[in-house]
Design a protein around this ligand. Structure first.
Ligand SMILES: C[S@@+](CC[C@H](N)C(=O)[O-])C[C@H]1O[C@@H](n2cnc3c(N)ncnc32)[C@H](O)[C@@H]1O
Length: 286
């Protein structure tokens, strides 16, 4: 039975809006479920596949998925502690926590502390953005909230239960490596960093941007997996590059509101869903 679950972080490019459109476009039947750019995991948490392989290049995000799976109670205790310290002096505490990754021994810190910091910063920073500078240090400013509610207990408990009861594999690799074992009949959902629109600036989930080179590498992998007989679905902005890279596949266009953009005039855009299989093989006859 499916549990009630939704993403535990706000994530740039989060797919909660496109969700119904993605769900009806999934294949009716498939073997393993792959999501190499998991981010907040909107589709994954909704589908709750029995055999999932999820991955992201963001180490702190992946560590947090693992901590929710393996050490939930310690994580909750730590988040409660952080929320209390936040109330006492919100701005000072936020900037103090933001600096933790500059400490020499930060990488040796335990996963519960790293994960609690990751969730706290996501809830206490401006717009839930994740952005690091060229040295890899988190640099999003404070959202000025005096009180932070960093988690929904029922949701975290359900995520932890689901991750423990399913045979989900959680990885921290480049997307290409993760798909090397995908076989005929497996389903892969690609939700990469967006191809940039003319006036865009956000491409930095990590210290190196994904860029045009990443989009080209991904399209090559898409074609290789298509030859293998996998079901593949991908979402991205509607740009000339994406149209060119996926010529010959099924491309559908949708209008969406974009949540993470400080300039409200840029909050609307056109996105595409690309697939290598047709409506007749989809969940819902479209
Ligand atoms: C558009 S977001 C995914 C959003 C997600 N579908 C959701 O619902 O929140 C893209 C993700 O790709 C990750 N990423 C960027 N480059 C990557 C790479 N080379 N390999 C794997 N993941 C990568 C980013 O860290 C980010 O979480």
């Amino acid at each position: 039975m499916k549990l009630e679950i939704y993403p535990f972080v706000k994530w740039a490019g989060g797919k909660r809006q496109l969700l119904p459109l993605l769900i009806e476009r999934m294949p009716r039947q498939y073997n393993d479920y792959f999501e190499p750019f998991i981010g907040g995991g909107a589709l994954f948490f909704d589908v709750q596949p029995k055999h999932g392989i999820i991955n992201d290049i963001n180490l702190e995000l992946v560590t947090t998925y693992k901590t929710i799976k393996n050490s939930l109670e310690q994580l909750i205790t730590k988040l409660n502690e952080m929320e209390e310290l936040h109330i006492k002096s919100p701005k000072e505490y936020f900037y103090n926590v933001r600096e933790w990754d500059k400490k020499d021994d930060w990488l040796n810190e335990d996963d519960v502390t790293k994960s609690a910091r990751f969730i706290y910063l996501n809830k206490a920073c401006f717009n839930g953005l994740y952005r690091v500078n060229s040295k890899g240090f988190f640099n999003v400013p404070f959202n000025n909230k005096t009180e932070i509610k960093s988690y929904d207990l029922k949701n975290l408990r359900n995520i932890s239960k689901y991750l423990n009861e399913s045979s989900t594999v959680i990885l921290n690799e480049d997307f290409e490596k993760v798909c090397s074992d995908a076989k005929k009949g497996d389903f892969i959902y690609f939700d990469p960093p967006y191809d940039l629109l003319k006036d865009d600036t956000f491409d930095s989930y990590t210290k190196t941007a994904f860029g045009k080179e990443g989009q080209i590498r991904l399209a090559e992998l898409f074609k290789e997996l298509d030859r293998r007989g996998c079901y593949i679905m991908l979402s991205n902005h509607d740009t000339p590059l994406i149209r060119e890279l996926y010529t010959g596949f099924k491309i559908e266009l949708f209008q969406v509101k974009r949540m993470i953009n400080s300039d409200s005039s840029k909050r609307e855009g056109e996105e595409v869903i690309v697939r290598n299989y047709g409506n007749e093989e989809s969940n819902t006859l479209l």
